[in-house]
Design a protein around this ligand. Structure first.
Ligand code: AMP
Length: 208
């Protein structure tokens, strides 16, 4: 069984949804740079605040993100890493601080990603994810799990979503290619249902 799991994929590919389920099922730490940065949006750094980059759909500078990941991984025994590395420099840094047991890529077509991102709603209290059309809550705007308010992330507007996808193509696709070349990458069809994707991932993890 793998304890150091990396989930790769574009924004909207389902990394967050699947990571949460994996963390619960296997008692792993869910290490997600997106959530960590959202919790520190206004932190002053020598590069400015994370907010400026996030609202534009750009990458937060590597030193800021690397430090967050190093601290999170050093506290974790087993983990599922989500949202990092997003460029080759981060991938190099990651290889210096930990060893991975499984690298999984959730493959989803670009137009599907735009629809998923722009329709996504997130619970303001517990972080559960919904989609207005594909995975609606029982009552519009209200979280099924905790009754919290469902909100749209500021960077899930169409314009910023498209910018994030272009940043992904330019910076993160080379990371996928890197792991493909090392022979570590396991590719999964991310357009299958969340349950099917989860089953595929658990099959891979239990094979290792
Ligand atoms: P996410 O929730 O993973 O979609 O991330 C939201 C935003 O946080 C991204 O658009 C980036 O601005 C920032 N971010 C998250 N992870 C990273 C990372 N590994 N490197 C740089 N910026 C990141």
């Amino acid at each position: 069984m793998s304890h150091h799991v990396l989930l790769l994929g574009a924004p909207g590919a389902g990394k967050g949804t699947q990571s949460k389920k994996l963390a619960a099922e296997y008692d792993l730490e869910h290490v997600t740079t997106g959530d960590a940065l959202r919790a520190r949006k206004d932190m002053e750094t020598e590069y400015g605040t994370p907010r400026e980059y996030m609202e534009a759909g750009e990458l937060v500078p590597d030193p800021v993100v690397n430090e967050i990941v190093e601290a999170a991984l050093s506290d974790a025994d087993g983990y599922v890493l989500d949202g990092y590395p997003r460029n080759l420099e981060q991938a190099e840094y990651l290889s210096e601080i930990t060893d991975l047991d499984a690298v999984i890529f959730l493959d989803v077509d670009e137009e599907v990603l735009v629809d998923r991102l722009t329709g996504r709603r997130v619970c303001d209290d517990c972080g559960a994810n919904y989609h207005v059309e594909f995975a609606p809550p029982e009552e519009p705007g209200v979280c099924d799990d905790c009754g919290g308010e469902l909100v749209q992330r500021e960077d899930d507007t169409e314009e910023t979503a498209r910018e994030r996808l272009s940043v992904y193509r330019e910076n993160t696709e080379p990371v996928i290619e890197h792991f493909r070349q090392t022979g570590d990458l396991v590719e999964i069809d991310g357009e299958a249902s969340p349950e099917e994707v989860f089953d595929r991932i658990t099959d891979v993890l239990e094979e290792e």
